[in-house]
Design a protein around this ligand. Sequence first.
Ligand SMILES: [Zn+2]
Ligand SMILES: [Zn+2]
Length: 206
Amino acid sequence: MKSLDPIDKQMTAEMTCKCSRCKFSLNYTTPSLSLLCACEDCRQALEWGFEQGGIAPTNLPQLFYIRSDISTIDGLEFMQPFQLRDNAKSTRVYCTKCFSILGVDHPGYRDNVFMFFKGFCCTNFDLSIKPSAVIYLKDCLRGKNYTIPDNIEKIWSFTSEERIRFYSIPEVSNSLTDVTTPAKGMTFREIIQKLPEIKVLNLAPN
Ligand SMILES: [Zn+2]
Ligand SMILES: [Zn+2]
């Protein structure tokens, strides 16, 4: 299995929220996967953050997945994990002051990577990796404008057939996989466990 990019000693990869109260330093400097996502959950999570004073949502957010290996944390007291609904799988950590989304955990990330949204937190590292696929096209809303790049894998939903097609993308299978090299620092999932209890928003699906 291809290993993810190792530590670049020249640079500290940092993620911060917009108000700079929350900061992670990462032990890896390059995301291993990017996707575009049309799903209802991403849309609702971004809209909800915007309603709380966060950044305005985009129709087709770009997601990045980076090794879940965090060396330093600032502003833990301003971080709060949220889920959209009782049966939710994704846990999103927001800054409670600026409502940036710092990161997202999902069982499918296997604690190997965590996800963040381009433009909904600030980063100082290379985000030039191209999206490998656009996912959950079934959730696209009529009347909204979606700019979908040519020559990109299009995943309508996650039926078993489409799931196989999705996991056949090397960047996907190399990222959404079990940990092979243990994190030197804390994983994003371990940070969530240190935070106050997850708040469930109970938003109705729309
Ligand atoms: Zn903030
Ligand atoms: Zn999504």
